[in-house]
Design a protein around this ligand. Structure first.
Ligand code: SAM
Ligand code: SF4
Length: 478
């Protein structure tokens, strides 16, 4: 559409589009990075902004790198591979600070050092779509293409662990060989950092084969596999050392079909899927459709950082809101007198309880199932007094919790808020600061999802009139 225009790129949005101005109007420029001068064509005109596609780079950014994945640009899984990882993190950090200011009118007193980890092979959980596309030569297993419902012809994936990436093509062949192939719309991956032996002592030396990644594949099956399908699945499981689970209905209907030795499983307890939080000596068995943080390595750092920022003391009582399967609750229980984890999903509350018992922490960690989007001051008061509160909500944030904490005359000494959406963090921070009398002591980005536009972050609040600001400051500069 239209004549080529030359644009100077000023900044980047979170979808990794360059931002420029042309004839007084904002232009989002696909394929361009800040500091670059590009030749582009306008591809869409809107009243308030235009969208352009860069086709020639006249001056290149020093942060531009060659994308590692051949599917970059087509596959919707990543948007930032052409940008050097440190620059990605800087953009996420700036996005966090911008949102805190523009939405919440708050600024952190200290900006925490960003938490970064491996840029590749980090994604331990993913949902892949399956389509039998005759035109494309058969079965595709992959993420959706960018902005479309088509499945990408994904032959390798560098954000998945290398072993899983190498399994993509064999998996396609396997699915193509099943009579089920047109009634198997999705495969969910859950990859365990270490296999957990349920009889082994938690936090001990661990299973003999610790270190081998355990890949669990959940097949969403619209009808049961035939005997022949089962035989193929078992043979694949034994050869590739993966667990197969079948999911006939919703996520809670999953059942372990076979172990990584290719043996039919009598019960889910035969699964060894789990992850370990070594600093706290905590092992976390889980089922593949349970919520777990996607990036296990960053999760270990995140848990350590969050707990250090929260600073629980041995005589204190702590609340862990949106606790999931106890990812923060159980490490907290190794440090504090009592921890109460609150979570909306009864399946996860039960898992958290089982995991507390498995780790010998049931006396200090208890769990409740509650819808925290409807938290009331009365329900909060009934839980008793908490010295410190950790909050780790889904993308929707924790508005009601922020309101209840703000209205409570007895304030916790510190709140640590882990967020996967800076917009809702900023909204809730505004409540805590402007209504609740808390100060935003510190905030920083966490690169939980390198190469993608997701921003994970962590923020620390304390009563504005309270003492004890040292923890955040020390960590930020340490
Ligand atoms: C970002 S996850 C964090 C889980 C856990 N803290 C962890 O690190 O694994 C958010 C959690 O909030 C739970 N959740 C979602 N909506 C909820 C609600 N309305 N009330 C309570 N919990 C909810 C989800 O089930 C999920 O476990
Ligand atoms: S999600 Fe995987 S396949 Fe898709 S672009 Fe990223 S690395 Fe490539």
């Amino acid at each position: 559409m239209g004549e080529p225009i030359v644009l100077d790129i000023e900044s980047l949005d979170l979808e990794a589009n360059g931002i420029a101005h042309h004839e007084g109007k904002v232009v989002f420029v696909r394929g361009a990075l800040p500091g670059e001068r590009v030749r582009a064509v306008l591809v869409r005109r809107k009243p308030r902004f235009d969208v352009a596609q860069a086709f020639e780079i006249l001056r290149e950014s020093h942060a531009r790198v060659t994308p590692r994945c051949p599917h970059f640009g087509v596959c919707g899984g990543c948007s930032m591979q052409h940008l050097e990882p440190r620059a990605q993190l800087a953009i996420k950090q700036r996005a966090l600070e911008d949102q805190l200011w523009h939405i919440g009118k708050v600024r952190p007193q200290t900006v925490l050092r960003a938490i970064a980890g491996p840029s590749w092979g980090y994604r331990y959980r993913a949902r892949l779509s399956v389509r039998n596309v005759v035109k494309k030569g058969g079965v595709l297993v992959g993420f959706h293409e960018k902005g479309s419902s088509y499945v990408a012809d994904m032959r390798e994936c560098h954000v998945l662990p290398a072993r899983m990436s190498a399994l993509l093509m064999p998996l396609r062949e396997l699915v193509a060989s099943l009579s089920l192939r047109d009634r198997l719309p999705q495969i969910e991956l859950a990859i365990g950092e270490s296999a957990i032996e349920r009889d082994a002592a938690p936090g001990g030396a661990g299973p003999a084969d610790r270190g081998e990644l355990l890949i669990a594949l959940v097949l969403r099956v619209l009808e049961p596999p035939t005997e022949e399908d089962r035989a193929r699945l078992l043979a694949f499981a034994a050869r590739e050392r993966v667990e197969f689970w079948l999911q006939p209905k919703g996520p809670d209907s999953i059942r372990l079909m076979c172990t990584r030795d290719g043996a039919s499983a009598a019960s889910d307890a035969a699964s060894q899927l789990g992850y370990r939080l070594a600093e706290f000596g905590v092992d976390m068995p889980y089922r593949p459709t349970d919520f777990t943080q996607v990036n296990h390595r960053i999760n270990e750092v995140l848990v350590s950082r969050a707990l250090r920022l929260l600073g629980p003391q041995p005589d204190e009582r702590i609340a862990d809101l949106f606790c999931g399967l106890g990812n923060f609750t159980l490490p907290l229980a190794t440090l504090a007198r009592a921890v109460v984890g609150i979570e909306g999903s009864p399946v996860l509350t039960q898992r958290a309880q089982e995991n507390a018992a498995f780790n010998g922490l049931a006396a200090r960690a208890s769990f409740r199932t509650a819808n925290l989007f409807e938290l009331t001051p009365q329900a909060w008061a009934e839980l008793g007094r908490f010295d410190r509160v950790l909050i780790d909500p889904p993308r929707e944030g924790a508005l009601e919790a922020a309101k209840v904490l703000s209205a409570d005359p007895v304030k916790p000494r510190r709140i640590v808020y882990v967020s996967c959406n800076p917009a809702t963090l900023a909204r809730d921070a505004a409540v805590l600061v402007h209504q609740g009398g808390f100060a935003l002591k510190a905030a920083g980005a966490v690169n939980m999802f390198p190469q993608t536009s997701h921003v994970e972050s962590i923020a620390v609040f304390e009563p504005a009139d309270g003492a004890g600001e040292d923890v955040a400051v020390r960590l930020a500069t340490g």
